[in-house]
Design a protein around this ligand. Structure first.
Ligand SMILES: *Cc1c(COP(=O)(O)O)cnc(C)c1O
Length: 355
């Protein structure tokens, strides 16, 4: 007999992308940044390592919050730092959703939202996107009306596509909160910093950001939420007192202060992304125009899982994705992270061999 709560027994658990420990893999499967972090980050960590680690870190993480607030043109009480953006997603679920309430999310998108709902023990609705990744507002409206917490990644994963502010605003649940998961916000061609929060229903929107992708700091685990101070104050009651540690706070603050470094890497990734997109199209793939550091590619007559396996046999990892129950039934495809130019050249070469 299991002692776990029944919903934990029932759930599968989120399966993150493979992380081989050997260095000779070309890893294009978890949207990490192929370029190194700012040198200022290492300096800040070294300095922090020599500081007093016997005392707890600042529970309000003020040094970081002030820097993030400057960037979003808000006051620091609009910022909630966390141990990775995923922690903020957990805090949001614990803050807003009772077991008799409903979580909804854009589908296909980031399936972690579904695991969080399973842990919480609440209902989770998939709001089906059209096959071109647009919204059918009339179709989803009844589901949105019964939603307490709505997750919308923007730009979306795995498609890499972006929705405009007017569309997003029309999705806000009349009796709930909309979370805009902007994990890839820095890769957009038009970089917006929280403009939507200033709109009429802005006090019911939470934006989440991460330093894992654009700032090349997936190993540090740092993210932050931006929202009206009333929402942030409530979420603060739910978080662990010391959810960010002294070393990661120093690293994340230094990273944010070196915008030039981040933007230079983003620019390079955008250039490589355009080249990758064109090359895949020439090989017969359908590829979405991406606003992120990955592309979504489907092939009209090749088996995606086999392509993934063939690449893996050549020590190249991409993400094979499988979404049952989309608007057109089962959707499969390959999500390919934009690596360095050399990595993408090798990837394309091997892919040509396989095809
Ligand atoms: C990568 C990613 C996250 C997680 O970010 P962390 O800060 O590494 O936890 C959240 N949402 C989406 C859509 C992501 O792609």
């Amino acid at each position: 007999m299991s002692l776990f709560r029944p919903n934990i027994d029932k759930m599968q658990g989120y399966v993150p992308g493979e992380q081989p420990r050997e260095k000779d893999w070309i890893k294009l499967n978890t949207n990490e940044n192929p370029y190194s972090h700012s040198p200022r980050v290492a300096e800040a960590i070294e300095k922090a390592a020599r500081s007093r680690l016997n005392i707890y870190p600042d529970p309000l993480v003020r040094a970081f919050s002030e820097e993030a607030a400057k960037q979003f043109n808000v006051d620091p009480d609009w910022i909630l730092p966390a141990n990775g953006s995923d922690e903020n997603l957990t805090i949001l679920v614990r803050s807003f959703v009772d077991t008799n309430e409903v979580i909804s999310y854009a589908y296909p998108s980031y399936v972690l939202y579904e695991s969080l709902a399973e842990i919480q023990g609440c209902e989770c609705q998939r709001l089906l996107l059209n096959s071109d990744w647009s919204w059918d507002l009339d179709r989803v409206r009844p589901e949105i009306e019964r939603t307490k917490l709505l997750f919308v990644p923007n730009p979306n994963s795995p498609s890499g596509t972006l929705w405009d502010d007017a569309t997003l605003t029309s999705l806000i649940p009349p009796n709930g909160i909309m979370v805009l998961d902007e994990a890839y916000g820095d890769f957009r061609s038009m970089r917006d910093k929280g403009g939507i929060l200033k709109g009429e229903h802005g006090s019911r929107i939470v934006i989440t950001r991460t330093l894992s992708k654009s700032y090349s700091l997936a190993g540090i685990r740092f993210g932050f939420a931006v929202a009206h101070p009333d929402l942030i104050a409530g979420m603060r009651k739910v978080k662990d007192s010391y959810n960010c540690n002294t070393l990661s706070i120093a690293a994340a603050t230094a990273a944010l202060m070196d915008q030039e470094w981040m933007l230079k890497n983003v620019k390079q990734i955008q250039l490589t992304r355009e080249r990758l997109t064109l090359a895949l199209r020439l090989l017969g793939f359908e590829v979405q125009d991406s606003e992120t550091n990955f592309v979504w590619a489907t092939h009209p007559d090749r088996n995606h899982e086999e392509l993934y396996q063939e690449l893996k046999a050549r020590r190249i990892l991409v993400r094979y994705m499988k979404f049952p129950g989309t608007i057109t039934g089962l959707l499969t495809g390959l999500r390919i992270t934009v690596g360095t130019d050399a990595e993408i050249d090798t990837f394309l070469e091997k892919l040509k061999e396989i095809l």
